[in-house]
Design a protein around this ligand. Structure first.
Ligand code: OAD
Length: 245
C-alpha cells in the first residue's frame, strides 16, 4: 500500500464522513438506503420536515442519540488522533459526522461541519446551542427553558447553510499552509462525496497545488478527482497508511 508521509513540512486537512463511524456500529446515510422507517432521510433532516412533523424529527434524533451514546471510536478515529498529536497545528479535521466520536477518540482540532448530535438549540430565542444528551420519549416535544418555544437538534439539515465560521476555519487552514510554503495534503475518508460544500474541498486543494487522498470502501462520486485512492475500511486502512517522520 502506498504510504502517506507525514513529515515536518506536511499540513494535513482531513475530511471524514459516515463511513468512518460505520465500524463503530453507526449506520451510514446511504447504508440506510436513504430511508428511516419508510421516511426519506431528507424528510426527517430538513427544516420543512421539522415544520411538518417535529415529533417525528425528534424521535429520529432521539434514536440516533441513543445509538451514538452506546458506541466507541474505532481504530480509524484513533489513527486520526495520533496523526494530530504528531502534526499539531499542521492538522485540521473537518467532519460531516455529528456523532462526536472524533472528540471521544481524543481529536482536538475538529470542525463539526454538520453540527453535533448531543447539542440542541432554541428555534426562537438567542440562547446559545447547549449540550443535550437527552433521549426524549416518543411524543415529547422539548421546549426551551428560557422562552418556552420549541427546541431543535443542533444539526445542519438539508437545505441549510453551514456555519460561516466553520468554513472560514477550513479556508484559513489551507491559506496558512500555503503561506508557510508547506506541503498541503487533503485526505477524505468514508464519505460518498455527494454533499457540498464538503465534496468540493478536493477541488480547492488540487487548485492550490496540494496532494489528495481518498480512503473509502467503494469508489465515491468524486473519487476520480483524487490523486490517490485507497479502497478499504477506514478502521483498517488509516492505522496502516501514515508514515510519521
Ligand atoms: P454516506 O452514507 O453518504 O457515505 C458513506 C461512505 O462511506 C460511502 O461512500 C461508503 O462506501 C463509505 N464507507 C462505508 N463504510 C466504510 C468504512 N468502514 N470505511 C470507509 N468507508 C466506508 O455518508 P456521508 O458521505 O458522510 O448530511 O454523507 C454526507 C452527508 O449526507 C451527511 O453528513 C449527512 C448526509 O445526509 C447532513 O445530515 C446534512
Amino acid at each position: 500500500m502506498e504510504r502517506l508521509i507525514l513529515d515536518a513540512d506536511t499540513w494535513l486537512l482531513v475530511l471524514t464522513g459516515a463511513g468512518v463511524s460505520a465500524e463503530s456500529g453507526i449506520a451510514t446515510f446511504r447504508g440506510m438506503g436513504g430511508l428511516w422507517e419508510n421516511h426519506p432521510v431528507e424528510d426527517v433532516a430538513s427544516p420543512q420536515g421539522f415544520i411538518k412533523d417535529p415529533l417525528l424529527v425528534w424521535r429520529f434524533y432521539s434514536e440516533r442519540r441513543a445509538a451514538a451514546a452506546s458506541v466507541q471510536p474505532n481504530p480509524g478515529h484513533h489513527a486520526l488522533a495520533d496523526w494530530e498529536r504528531h502534526l499539531g497545528n499542521r492538522f485540521l479535521l473537518a467532519t460531516q459526522n455529528v456523532d462526536g466520536l472524533h472528540l471521544s477518540a481524543g481529536s482536538q482540532r475538529v470542525v463539526e461541519m454538520h453540527g453535533n448530535l448531543f447539542k440542541s438549540r432554541c428555534t426562537h430565542c438567542e440562547r446559545e446551542p447547549f449540550a443535550d444528551t437527552t433521549v426524549y420519549a416518543t411524543g415529547t416535544l422539548p421546549l426551551c427553558g428560557q422562552c418556552g418555544e420549541m427546541l431543535r437538534p443542533h444539526i445542519v439539515w438539508f437545505g441549510e447553510y453551514l456555519e460561516p465560521a466553520d468554513l472560514e476555519r477550513i479556508e484559513s487552514f489551507v491559506h496558512t499552509a500555503l503561506d508557510h510554503g508547506g506541503k498541503l495534503v487533503f485526505l477524505s475518508a468514508g464519505t460518498s462525496g455527494a454533499v457540498y460544500p464538503a465534496a468540493g474541498l478536493v477541488n480547492k486543494v488540487t487548485a492550490a497545488g496540494g496532494d489528495t487522498w481518498s480512503v473509502n470502501l467503494e469508489a465515491a462520486e468524486n473519487s476520480h478527482r483524487f490523486k490517490h485512492f485507497v479502497q478499504g475500511k477506514s478502521g483498517e486502512v488509516l492505522p496502516a497508511l501514515a508514515d510519521l517522520r
